[in-house]
Design a protein around this ligand. Structure first.
Ligand code: OFO
Length: 183
């Protein structure tokens, strides 16, 4: 009796996503270590927390494959690329990683839709929303860095940015949710 409820294509793309999330966790980890070395303890803390979040995403995909009777395959991840040049560069690179990951999630939901695998489609929607939040969060930080002066920001404004990040919420508020929650 066939107990695997995932097609081989869906199983493959979900396993690839496990690697992508692990990859993202590794990137956040390496940028966090870089930030700490530069004296930005708040930024480092924020990036380490995010690294953990990416690991949680990896586990979420892994659990889903197993729940559906599929086979999890763990692959190697690459070493992260070179250190960022400055904070602006760090967050711009993170934004690009998030956009790449969003595109990977879109591939999953598109394939699920094509195969009429509504369970996977439904599962993927959690990630679609999560990616909107993550992109919004990073864009907001890039904006703040621009206001602080971008690559020419003074140490005083960077100190302020860093202390803000030490206590920043990990989830961004989305405008659409804010209006929906209004009484
Ligand atoms: Fe896994 O959310 Fe970012 O990449």
């Amino acid at each position: 009796m066939e107990t695997n409820r995932l097609s081989s294509k869906i199983e493959k793309i979900l396993n690839q996503q496990i690697t992508k999330e692990a990859d993202a966790a590794q990137i956040y980890l390496s940028y966090g270590a870089w930030a700490d070395d530069q004296g930005f303890a708040g930024v480092a803390n924020f990036l380490f927390r995010h690294s953990q979040e990416e690991r949680d995403h990896m586990n979420k995909v892994m659990s889903y494959i197993m729940e559906r009777g599929g086979r999890v395959k763990i692959s190697a991840i690459e070493a992260p690329s070179s250190d960022p040049k400055n904070l602006q560069d760090c967050f711009e690179r993170i934004f690009q990683h998030e956009v790449d990951n969003t595109n990977a999630i879109y591939e999953i939901v598109s394939l699920a839709q094509e195969e009429k695998d509504w369970a996977t489609w439904n599962f993927g929607q959690w990630f679609v929303k999560e990616q909107i939040e993550e992109e919004t969060l990073v864009l907001d930080l890039i904006d703040k860095l621009k206001i602080a002066g971008g690559p020419k920001a003074t140490s005083e404004s960077l100190y302020f940015f860093d202390s803000q990040l030490a206590q920043k919420e990990d989830e961004a508020d989305l405008a659409r949710d804010a209006s929906a929650e209004r009484p």
